[in-house]
Design a protein around this ligand. Structure first.
Ligand SMILES: [Zn+2]
Length: 231
């Protein structure tokens, strides 16, 4: 905040707090107070590009005496109150921020790095809104992305799918069927362990789900599919 912004903020604070408005009534005291605030908060913007931060809200919050904090009764708002609100806001913004792919040539690492840091700095100072990937991913992927996912066939990399297989046998069987072009074994009951259609094969005394269907079930599914195509 520069001097003008600090003056505007203190004017606002004066509307909430008679102690501040009385100080502002004296021109030389007002000038000193404005200068002190501007010097204490040079990196705190009065508003941010995304509209999520407004410094006057930070002042208002101090006077709302949240959580049983009654310090506003005894002390007028100080720059450090605004500073701690800003720090909280900035951390949240940086937490939401996902570094976008720099436009710089990746063969020029200095420029690449500088652009990344520049974007991050801009978010930290409130000059730019965080690139919020969660907002982008909520509400489903863009049509082009959805097409890419469909054409890829598998939503997760094969190595990860293999690691997950024991924990999601039903899905694993379907993935396996998709990858090999064979019919889904889970579409038929298992002749070996009597698992019902849609349920994973089970084994052992604990009837724990198997990562893969029993071979006889895979064959049964293939036979069933063959009969369907023949019919
Ligand atoms: Zn089975």
């Amino acid at each position: 905040m520069n001097h003008e912004e600090s003056a505007a903020l203190l004017h606002f604070a004066g509307q909430l707090d008679g102690r501040i408005s009385r100080t502002l009534a004296d021109p030389s005291a007002a000038a000193r107070m404005i200068a002190r605030w501007a010097e204490a908060l040079p990196e705190v913007p009065s508003t941010t590009a995304d509209g999520r931060w407004d410094v006057s809200r930070a002042v208002r919050r101090y006077y709302e005496q949240r959580g049983g904090d009654h310090s506003a009764r005894f002390f007028a708002v100080e720059p450090h109150h605004v500073l701690s609100e800003w720090a909280t806001h900035r951390e949240a913004a940086l937490g939401r921020h996902t570094d976008p792919l720099p436009a710089a040539d990746p063969d020029r690492p200095e420029q690449w790095r500088e652009e990344l840091l520049g974007t991050r700095r801009a978010v930290a100072t409130g000059a730019a809104a965080p690139a919020d990937h969660r907002a982008l991913t909520s509400g489903g992927p863009a049509p082009a992305v959805a097409d890419a996912i469909r054409s890829a066939g598998r939503r997760i990399p094969p190595a990860v799918a293999a690691q997950l297989a024991p924990y999601r046998p039903t899905r694993a069987a379907r993935d396996q069927a998709l990858a090999t072009g064979r019919p889904d074994p889970l579409s038929v009951p298992c002749t070996w362990c009597a698992a019902r259609p849609g349920q994973p094969c089970r084994q052992g005394k604990g009837r724990t789900p198997r990562a893969t269907p029993h071979p006889s079930r895979i064959e049964a599914a293939a036979r069933a599919a063959g009969q369907e195509t023949a019919a």
